[in-house]
Design a protein around this ligand. Structure first.
Ligand SMILES: Cc1cc2nc3c(=O)[nH]c(=O)nc-3n(C[C@H](O)[C@H](O)[C@H](O)COP(=O)(O)OP(=O)(O)OC[C@H]3O[C@@H](n4cnc5c(N)ncnc54)[C@H](O)[C@@H]3O)c2cc1C
Length: 417
């Protein structure tokens, strides 16, 4: 079913009885050409682009819970292309271009809103670093505007500009940055893949990966064995556990990241604002809730909830920058599991086992990567060579040291990214 204004009108007049389920609920077949482990944003976009770009449709996406129930539905929805280093810069630039055509591509409203992102700076040294980053973004073909203090005040009059610890010096403005509705992104890709013939199988946990003679043969699942010519792992915070089923030990640690949302307020924040010095960022959802977060909880865990010390830290930072929101009531907080690599950048690569592929290491920035990651991973799986935009995301960089990326310039230490 194609969605359109006409369809909304027709269904409205017909008592809303003609809508079809957004995807099928198929039984797993005994064999597929490609099995994708993980029905998060990256797994679903991979299936979609395999079908759309490469004409491959004998594919199953196996999800242990429900589609979109992982980090793709738990993030704070920021979409941007403001990366600094070669390797990341072209990849996220490509992703933003895909975002800009995504709703038409999927025929689905993912509520992509390019409301602009402002990264604040609070010292001369930080201004220099953001000026460099802005130049790199412009060289990549993306947009960046360096704002002075008055320029920030024009956009964000509600900030405490004279906070004694972190007075605002200015900000790097990325007008094409913004947000999207996270679970709609999962649903849109799921619908697009399903309509092209991909089987989306929920409540199907992969418990083993079958390998014979250095070649993948299929997977064991809670719904029985499934044979496959190719198997693609894409399980974000669970990547280490799933890769261990193939005898692989990944350079990935799983850490908690929390998010918070307040009661609905009238429109007040019409950008995404990032306060790196305080480890705090915020935007306002279309329902009115202030959506915000901070840094990792800084201990490895598979729990999808966080601890009070980080809640306190995030609230403190919020009050330092935006005391105006002191009376807003926080309704909910939750946590997700981040697959942190030592250089803060992802992996999209072969594993060394024939037919077995790896996509992981999205750290706390993998939502904005969903389109380009699926696009590049599909290319790798279909053609057995990396896509140009993801050529640096090699697994062996952590073994050889060659090609390591260091997004924040802080050294190869995941806790500092
Ligand atoms: C609080 C928070 C805020 C964030 N904010 C942002 C942001 O603003 N912008 C941004 O770009 N990124 C953000 N991120 C990061 C982003 O959400 C993740 O990097 C991204 O969603 C990870 O990829 P995914 O969507 O494929 O993961 P997931 O949705 O976690 O998908 C992986 C799936 O694999 C499934 N799975 C695991 N093991 C198995 C198994 N054995 N068998 C079958 N299925 C399995 C899981 O159930 C899960 O559904 C944030 C994350 C969190 C938690």
């Amino acid at each position: 079913m194609r969605y359109s204004a006409w369809q909304v009108l027709k269904q409205g007049l017909g008592g809303q009885s003609g809508w079809k389920p957004v995807w099928r609920d198929p039984q797993p077949k005994p064999e597929y050409d490609i099995v994708i482990i993980g029905g998060g944003g990256h797994g679903l976009s991979t299936a979609f682009y395999l079908a759309k770009e490469h004409g491959l449709t004998n594919i199953a996406v196996l999800e242990k819970g429900y589609l979109g129930g992982g980090n793709v539905g738990r993030n704070t929805t920021i979409v941007r292309a403001n990366y600094f280093l070669p390797g990341n810069s072209e990849f996220y630039s490509h992703s933003l271009k895909l975002w800009e055509g995504l709703e038409a591509d999927l025929n689905y409203n993912v509520m992509h809103s390019q409301r602009g992102l402002i990264n604040l700076f609070h010292s001369d040294g930080q201004r220099d670093a953001f000026a460099r980053r802005g130049n790199a973004m412009i060289n990549q073909g993306d947009d960046a505007i360096l704002l002075d203090r008055d320029g920030v005040r024009d956009h964000l009059p509600y900030l405490d500009f004279d906070n004694p610890r972190f007075p605002v010096y200015g900000g790097l403005y990325h007008p094409r940055g913004g947000t999207a509705r996270h679970d709609a992104v999962a649903w849109g890709y799921a619908r697009g893949a399903d309509s092209r013939g991909v089987d989306l199988i929920q409540q199907c946990e992969v418990t083993g990966i079958d390998i014979e003679g250095g070649k993948v043969r299929g997977v064991q699942t809670t719904r029985g064995p499934i044979r496959a010519k190719k198997v693609a792992m894409v399980t974000a915070g669970r990547s280490g556990q799933v890769a261990a089923m193939a005898g692989l030990r990944l350079p990935v640690e799983s850490h908690i990241l929390q998010a918070f949302v307040t009661e609905g307020l009238k429109p007040v924040i019409d950008h995404v604002v990032s306060f790196g010095m305080g480890h705090f960022y915020i935007s306002q959802s279309d329902k009115g809730g202030l959506v915000f977060g901070g840094d990792l909880d800084f201990y490895a865990s598979y729990a999808q909830r966080g601890n009070l010390h980080m809640k306190e830290h995030v609230m403190e930072a919020a009050m330092a920058l935006m005391p105006v929101f002191g009376k807003a009531r926080v309704l909910r907080s939750w946590g997700g599991i981040m697959d942190m690599t030592p250089d803060g950048s992802p992996i999209i690569d072969h594993t060394g086992i024939e037919g077995l592929y790896l996509n992981c290491g999205w750290c706390y920035g993998g939502f904005k990567a969903v389109p380009a990651s699926g696009f590049a991973y599909a290319h790798l799986i279909a053609q057995d060579r990396p896509h140009d935009t993801a050529a640096r995301y090699r697994l062996d960089r952590f073994r050889t040291g060659a090609g390591l990326m260091d997004e924040e310039g802080t050294g190869s230490q995941h806790n500092l990214h």
